[in-house]
Every structure is written in structure tokens, then in C-alpha cells.
Design a protein around this ligand. Structure first.
Ligand SMILES: C[S@@+](CC[C@H](N)C(=O)[O-])C[C@H]1O[C@@H](n2cnc3c(N)ncnc32)[C@H](O)[C@@H]1O
Length: 118
């Protein structure tokens, strides 16, 4: 839902001029944003995670889920299972866990499994 509010407000799913290879959607909720981005960038791998197992199971059973998009249950406040530098585009919007982790870890993007923007 918020994904569509942001799209309406900003006129797109993201503002950065990117052509990503590996995308991470932190606390992806329903997974709508991840699915839309996977369709837009079929060459990219898109992973969404959320702490809510029910939302993840629903996202995984979404009809027409693109083959380059997957979802896992994970907690943004715990160490990630992804190796450093696994992603070159990370979406993290609209939830307190992100702000909390940002305050704790500061700009240490490596801890989020991020690489530099493409
Ligand atoms: C407001 S929704 C935003 C969903 C999506 N990012 C969007 O913009 O539509 C917040 C999401 O954060 C998830 N969440 C809250 N705490 C979390 C945590 N510690 N780790 C992972 N996900 C978390 C919730 O389950 C919920 O799906």
C-alpha cells in the first residue's frame, strides 16, 4: 500500500539512476515493490525479506511471481545471512527497524550487504 503512495508521490519506484544487478528490499511487506522492480529489471536478482512469515509466504505464492524474485523471512535487526557486497541497490523504507539499525550501525553499508551503487 505504502509502495503505491510513494510511487504516486515521487512518480516512480525509485529516484536513483540505477541499472541494478542485485536488489534487496528490506522489510518488504507484501513484496509489491520487489515484484515490480523484478519485472522492470529482468536481468537483476531481487530478494525481499520481512520478519512477518505470513507476508513472506503470501509474497512467494503471488501468481506470476517473476523467476528473478524471491523472498525470505529475516529480521533487519539481526546479522544478515547475505555476504557483504551482495547487493548494489537496497530499498529500505517505512519502518522503524531501518531507523533503529541506521542509528546503531551508522553509515556502515557493508553491514547491510550493500555494495556501491551501479
Ligand atoms: C509499513 S510496512 C512497509 C512495507 C514495504 N516496505 C512498503 O513500503 O510497502 C513495515 C514492514 O516492516 C516489517 N518489519 C518490522 N520490523 C522488522 C524487522 N525487525 N525486520 C524485518 N522486517 C520488519 C513489518 O513486518 C512490515 O511488513
Amino acid at each position: 500500500m505504502q509502495h503505491y503512495m510513494f510511487r504516486w508521490e515521487f512518480g516512480g519506484d525509485y529516484l536513483a539512476p540505477v541499472r541494478p544487478r542485485a536488489v534487496l528490499d528490506v522489510a518488504c511487506g507484501t513484496g509489491r515493490w520487489a515484484i515490480d522492480v523484478a519485472r522492470r529489471f529482468p536481468q537483476a536478482t531481487v530478494v525481499g525479506f520481512d520478519i512477518n512469515r505470513e507476508l513472506i509466504e503470501r509474497a512467494l505464492s503471488e501468481p506470476g511471481l517473476p523467476g528473478n524474485c524471491t523472498f525470505v523471512v529475516a529480521d533487519a535487526l539481526q546479522p544478515f545471512a547475505f555476504a557483504d557486497g551482495s547487493f548494489d541497490f537496497v530499498m529500505a523504507d517505512s519502518h522503524p527497524a531501518v531507523a533503529q539499525r541506521g542509528r546503531r550501525d551508522g553509515p556502515r553499508h557493508e553491514r547491510w550487504g550493500m555494495g556501491r551503487a551501479a
